[in-house]
Design a binder for this molecule. Structure first.
Ligand code: A2P
Length: 268
């Protein structure tokens, strides 16, 4: 137990929360880490949804986190930024196995398959920690049942920040059951914007100049067959939204499914 988490037992778990036990942590860079917890039996969610996370305390600071693990998984996984003076993540980044994290009981969100109309090709467009809801969806068999092709784009400033996406893709394709479903369907397209790498540039530019489609060997965006999920910085979300709308895509929601859905990636 860390010094920070030791007093957890002093605080009684609020009624609307689960107390999760941390089981694993992996640090990728000085700005990014991933952690896993146990999963309460009664916690149900749809792949792609988010929850509120906080550390035990008298007045916890709550932040939204997409559940990065799929709905079928018995663990919960989260992918987080570390903000040096962030009210939550400056402490959360220090958690150790055995520590307690609080999670509000109610999941929510629009990056769910139910909010999209049927289509052939699913684009999951992310920047930074915005990959988290797609880490869930790309590990859900339903994604491959519903779509013939699943394209995950992940853009970050630096190569090291792309590691989680590469790990996930390898994990899915190497998985006993998911691998068979995802084989030939799942495509991972990673770009950097501030360091040389195999694919460079903002995803918005790569869509506008057609490079993304040439590289992938697919036709340009078409609302008749393509579906888009977007999760990243507010600026990226707004730019992709404008691109999608200019091409005739309509925004979906849980109540009214459409051709694209959007959610901002949350920072601590
Ligand atoms: P850039 O380096 O050109 O700003 P951040 O670390 O600031 O959250 O950004 C994550 C990634 O999102 C970076 O690669 C960044 O590119 C990119 N990005 C930021 N704003 C936009 C935008 N409006 N459209 C597309 N990509 C963006």
């Amino acid at each position: 137990m860390t010094a920070e988490a030791a007093p957890a037992a002093l605080f009684s778990v609020p009624d609307n929360c689960f107390a999760l036990t941390v089981t694993a942590i992996q640090h990728y860079t000085d700005r990014l880490f991933r952690f896993e917890t146990d999963r309460p039996d009664s916690f149900r969610f749809r792949s792609g949804e988010f929850v509120m996370i906080g550390l035990p305390g008298a007045k916890p600071v709550w932040r939204a986190y997409s559940v990065a693990s799929p709905a079928w998984d018995e663990r919960l996984e989260f992918f987080s930024i570390k903000v040096p003076d962030g009210p939550l993540t400056s402490e959360l980044q220090k958690i150790q196995p055995g520590d307690t994290v609080w999670m509000r009981r109610k999941p929510t969100g629009t990056l769910v398959l139910d909010a999209l109309l049927p289509g052939k090709r699913l684009y999951m467009i992310s920047t930074g920690t915005g990959i988290a809801p797609f880490a869930s969806l790309m590990r859900d068999p339903e994604t491959y049942e519903k779509f013939e092709q699943v394209i995950l784009t992940h853009s970050c400033r630096l190569k090291a920040e792309l590691a989680y996406g590469f790990e996930l893709t390898e994990q899915v394709l190497g998985h006993e059951f998911l691998g068979e479903l995802a084989e030939g369907k799942l495509v991972h397209y990673a770009t950097t914007t501030r360091e040389p790498s195999a694919h460079m540039g903002r995803v918005t530019d790569l869509i506008e100049n057609g490079r993304l489609f040439t590289d992938l060997g697919v036709p340009p965006l078409d609302p008749a067959v393509d579906r888009i999920m977007v999760c990243g910085s507010m600026a990226m979300n707004m730019d992709v939204k404008a691109i999608a709308q200019a091409r005739g895509f309509t925004e979906g929601s849980n109540a009214d499914p459409g051709q694209f859905v959007i959610e901002r990636a949350f920072v601590g």
